[in-house]
Every structure is written in structure tokens, then in C-alpha cells.
Design a protein around this ligand. Sequence first.
Ligand code: ACO
Length: 431
Amino acid sequence: MSAETKQTAKLVLPAGKEITLPVITGSEDEHAVDIKTLRADSGFITLDSGFMNTGSTTSGITYLDGEEGILRYRGYAIEELADKSDFVEVSYLLINGKLPNVAERKAFSTALTRHSLIHEDMHQFFAGYPPTSHPMAVLSAMVTSMSAYYPDSLDRNSAIDLHITRLLSKVRTIAAFAYKKSIGQPLMYPKNSLKYCANFLHMMFAVPSEEYEVSPVLEKAVNQLLILHADHEQNCSTSTVRMVGSSGANLYASIAAGILALWGPLHGGANQAVIEMLEDVKANGGDGKKFIDDVKNKRDNRRLMGFGHRVYKNFDPRAKILKKMCDEVLAHLGIKDPLLDIAKAMEEVALKDDYFISKKLYPNVDFYSGIIYRALGIPTNMFTVMFALGRLPGWIAHWKEMVDDPQTKIGRPRQIYTGEKLRKYVAIESR
Ligand code: ACO
């Protein structure tokens, strides 16, 4: 479905100059004023730092209504996909725009299994990193390096579907290898008999000296976590992928850029920051109220990590699913995590507090995901890697949508210059 242009909007500029601009309407009746020609027609640009209210593209991948707490991939509700689908099927859906039939699903799964190994020479890279390396640094560098191992990816007309399959499959292997390397254990090769998420758990937690059986509950939890992270329309990392890809950069380079954008604590790094915050509260006596008080008074610029969202101003539907999953996973594993108690107590206080209510700050996807990852045995510095693994099909879908769109132009915002006016250069001896 493409956007419709039926209405127009009028903009009155200083000196009474009136400009008529087309209004674009999306399939869920969202409206945008198309300002593409504004500068050419009037000399004005729009200014919107942080892109608070700027659409950078039309897209048919994900629908999000922050006021109503709605999230849909290709028209399917996130609640239904998390409950009934699995990560491989959701990846197919996001990238191809439809759910696979039996034959398509089989072919996709087989391809993912076949492409799970990384080139043996790339193993030396892992050896070169210090054990203290953050796995996001390793992951981004390894994904960039894949363009060196598959140089045909530099040609936009190369077999893109093959690169997409490679990326989806190998990122999982790279992520697990980065973890094994960080704890000094031997790398565990993928096992072709296992499904995508089970294979990831095997590479993460199996050791050569004993049998490792993947728990179906944990496999389901990983599937759900990855599904919940799989896409979120034009966020910081996805927009980065589209921006980098718009210059003609290859798929691997564009995705590596997305991984790096995700790393920041205000984006994908928030799940790690949440656990660090909860540990800090625990170390200081477990009183979340004191921390919340600091947040409200902006002491040390503290924020309640895992709270707030640029788009969700009512509730984050993913956080609701995760809170329930958190209780289930911990109960299944028989784990009693004091951080969960602190998190729940802090959530309760914040949800009743006027500071958070007035600013429409609610728990986001990261508030509980870290506690689940901990319960699964995934270390804190791997949390953002898990997010990257989940977000990968979304990034790929956006990259593909952009590349396939003949209207795509290189991303190049404008600015309002606020620096010095023209001044004369003075030689250093005279300064
Ligand atoms: N704790 C305390 N105050 C907050 C928080 C928070 N978590 N989030 C926003 N605020 C306050 C800000 O201080 C600001 O207050 P002010 O008006 O008095 O200056 C106001 O709410 C608006 O905040 P902005 O930063 O302008 O809102 P924005 O939409 O730009 O930020 C963001 C959204 C980055 C997610 C923010 O809420 C935040 O930093 N949250 C904590 C980090 C986090 O959990 N990130 C994960 C996001 S989800 C994801 O990436 C998957």
C-alpha cells in the first residue's frame, strides 16, 4: 500500500507569504505535511532537532501508535506474534512482507542452518581482542568484516537474499563466539539439528566436556524476547541503517552502523543500564525511593533507566508482555532475584508519582528484559548484543525497503547555521 495525497495544508510565513503543501495520508490515517519543496518555494527549511516530529520516510513494515500502545509488524499484532509465532517466521515476515507458507518456511530455515558457520579465518579476530572487550565492539567490527569476506556485497546487484540469510545466521554465531571468547571458553560450533534460538543457546552455554540440553522454556523465552525487539520503525539505530544505506553502503556496513547506534545507553544500551541501576540501588541498601528522589531532582542527571519512550506515552506493549514473561521464566527456573523485587517496587512508586505521570514516563521494553536475560544466564554486557540479534531482521527489512524504493535519495538533512559570520584570517604572529 502506498501513501495517498488528497489534501493540502497552508503555511503562512513571515511577510504573509502563503505556501500550499501536500498532505500525505498513511494506511492507518496518519497525516504528514510534505515539506519537500518548501525551501525551493520559500527559502525556509523546517527545524526539528532530535526528529521529534519529522517523518524521514514512508514505510510498510511496522505500525506503531504510542498513545494507544499499539505495535504491529506487517499488520500483525505484537501480542499475537509473541504468543504464536517464532523468531525465524517473524524475520521472514518483516523482510518479505508476508508470512511464509510451509515450503517457504522450510527453505528459509534450511538456508539459515546452512549459513551458520563463520569463515575459519575470522576466528583469529576473536583471538586478537582483549578479554575485557565489550561484545558490541566485537559484533560491530565482525559484521563490518563480513563485507571483506563477501566482497560481492559491494555490488548492489549481487544476490541480496543470500547476504541477508548469511547475516541473520552468522550474527547469532558471532554473538555467541564473542561471549565464549570473553569468558575464555572454547568456541562452540553451531549444531545443524537445532532450531535458530536453541542453536544460539547451545553456542552460548554448551561446553565440549558435557551434554547440553536446551530447555524448551528458555528457547521459547529467547524467541519471544527476539520477536519483541525485531522492529520498531524509525528509531535511532534503524534510521542510522537507512541513512548509511542511502549513501550506497553495502548491507553489512549499514547493519554494523545500526549496531553501533544501538549501543548507546539511551537506546539499546538501556537494558544493561537498568541492571546497573538496580545493582546500584541494591548495593546502597535497596531503597528505590531514594534513587527515584534523585531522579526527580535531576541529581547527577540521573534517569530512571528503562522508563520513558519517545513514542509510547501511555504504555509500551512489549513491556507488558515482558513483565509477565519475567515472572514465568523466574518461576520455571526457581530463581528469586532481589533485583526483580527492587524493580517492581520502583515501578510501583514511579507509576504513582506525579513527576513520571506528568511526563508520561512508563516502563519500556528494557525495564524487565535485563532481569530475564540474567535469569537465562546471559551476562550484562551481552544484553545489548541480544537486542541487536533481535533487531537484525527489522534493520534488514528497512534497508531492503529503502534500496528497493526508486524514490530513495541519499539522506542529507539541512541545518540553521549559528556560528560566526565571515571574518578575516589573521596570521599566527599577529594574534
Ligand atoms: N527518568 C527521569 N526523567 C526522564 C526519563 C527517565 N527515564 N525520561 C525522560 N525524562 C524526563 C526528562 O528529564 C525531561 O524532563 P524535562 O522536561 O524536565 O527536561 C522529559 O522527561 C522529557 O525527556 P526527553 O529526554 O526530552 O524525552 P525523549 O523523548 O527525548 O527521550 C528516552 C526518550 C531517551 C527514551 C528517555 O525517556 C530516556 O532517557 N529514558 C531512559 C533510557 C531508556 O530507558 N532508554 C530505552 C528506550 S527504549 C529503546 O530504545 C528500546
